[in-house]
Design a protein around this ligand. Structure first.
Ligand code: MTE
Length: 318
């Protein structure tokens, strides 16, 4: 069974997938024309009509960081933006995009508070322009054993934490997603869930340079279904740790509760590191299905980032 290739409904043959080099040539062209991250975009009538003009002008994907550019093939953008987990909208991955289309992501305020010297209230422009953005290609592994490889734009969470100046007693970082039942049909359909969606990290995990605040995907502002306007990306942990549409970051002394851990601590524990040797109580984590090709590949310890983060988990023998 392990070698059977499961084709999802939106499967594209490899021949239809944009090779990475073509994707970059196309981006270079668009940037030269002023469509990506440039001032010229302001003058273009097509963009001027865009309801997202403020975001389109402020967002800059940043240069790709060569240190985070695995030699594996990028997942197809269509798959990454049409196959989403965002339970506030729907538990059906292929419906999230449509159901999120009326979700308001501008204006936005991200509050940073709790045990820190310098609490912050960051608006969209503070997030987009107050931190130098770069692009990083990360592997992304969901707990239910699908995976993809995508280019995120953003900055290390450590930079934001530094601005807030956490106190010595702050040992954890708690994250809270926006909750607007009037715009989020999934919340209404799941009244027993402990909303809002919450997540958390240990302080050393939050400060690790791999941990990223993302505002973009594939060189564009984050699509709503992928967590606009600002989300977390923790590539060595199962995807549910990467909380979308964040409105609050709080420094705490105690380990914060999280939505998934509250629902089922045995199946979705706080730590949730990708580990092929630790099966989920209901399925193996030894392999994963690549979302756009359906190929099944072995899962790597810490999702392939063991050289960078294994030292955070000295008790686990590699
Ligand atoms: N964040 C919020 N607010 N709500 C969610 O339901 N789902 C998580 C995570 N962040 C989720 C969330 C899960 S289970 C996964 S696998 C990833 O988002 C999926 O991210 P993607 O849709 O961008 O691939």
């Amino acid at each position: 069974m392990a070698n059977v290739i499961v084709r999802p409904p939106w499967h594209l043959p490899d021949s239809a997938v944009t090779p990475e080099s073509v994707y970059h040539r196309r981006r270079d062209f668009l940037r030269a024309m002023g469509f990506i991250g440039g001032g010229l975009a302001v003058g273009l009538p097509a963009l001027a009509q865009s309801t997202n003009l403020a975001k389109a002008t402020a967002f800059s994907a940043g240069k790709r960081n060569p240190d985070f550019n695995p030699t594996v093939r990028l997942s197809d953008e269509e798959a990454a933006t049409h196959y989403n987990n965002f339970y506030e909208f729907s538990t059906t991955k292929t419906r999230v995009r449509d159901l999120a289309s009326r979700f308001r992501t501008d204006p936005w305020t991200l509050e940073v508070n709790g045990l820190c010297e310098n609490p912050l209230k960051l608006g969209l422009n503070d997030l987009l322009q107050g931190f130098p953005h770069e692009e990083r290609v990360y592997r992304f592994r969901c707990v239910v054993a699908w995976s993809m490889v995508v280019p995120w734009s953003g900055f290390p969470l450590a930079q934001l934490i530094a601005k807030a100046k956490p106190k010595a007693e702050a040992k954890f970082v708690a994250f809270t997603a926006v909750l607007r039942p009037e715009e989020m049909p999934g919340v209404v359909r799941l009244p027993d869930y402990p909303w809002p969606y919450t997540e958390g990290l240990r302080m050393d995990e939050a400060l690790h340079p791999l941990t990223m605040v993302a505002t973009g995907l594939y060189g564009k502002p984050l699509p709503k279904q992928n967590g606009a306007p600002v989300r977390l990306v923790v590539p060595w942990k199962y995807g549910y740790k990467s909380i979308k549409s964040i409105v609050r970051i709080e420094f705490t002394a105690k380990q914060p509760s999280t939505l998934w851990e509250t629902l089922n601590a045995q199946e979705y524990p706080f730590e949730s590191n990708v580990d092929p040797q630790v099966p989920h109580p209901r399925w193996s984590q030894a392999s994963e299905r690549v979302v756009d090709t359906g190929e099944r590949i072995p899962t790597q310890y810490l999702n392939g980032y063991a050289d960078l983060v294994a030292k955070l988990y000295p008790k686990r023998k590699v």
